[in-house]
Unconditional design. Structure first.
Length: 101
């Protein structure tokens, strides 16, 4: 299983590290099937994964104010997306605006 905390990132460096970590986990778990040095998840594929996640993050942020039944067909995310603590969803990579006191 992949724990929620293994999927959390707040900047581009953390996103790239998350993809690398998940790649290692996948390779370790399925080494028997694909071999120890499988090219299935090479650096180019990891870069593509990072790019797709950035694009999905942008789509999720852009749909936050839309209704729940509005669905992006490419990424399968829906409008009205909320965080686990029920706070408004914001892009993990978007600049965070400090709240006023």
């Amino acid at each position: 299983c992949i724990e929620y905390d293994d999927l959390v990132y707040s900047n581009n460096i953390e996103l790239e590290l998350m993809v690398q970590k998940l790649t290692r986990m996948f390779q370790d778990r399925f080494e028997y099937f694909f071999g120890a040095n499988s090219p299935l998840l090479d650096m180019e594929k990891q870069k593509n994964a990072v790019q797709r996640l950035k694009e999905m993050d942008d789509v999720t942020k852009s749909m936050a104010d839309q209704t729940f039944d509005h669905v992006d067909q490419k990424f399968g995310v829906h409008g009205g997306h909320r965080n686990r603590d029920d706070s408004e969803s914001k892009s993990a990579l978007a600049p965070q605006v400090p709240e006023e006191a």
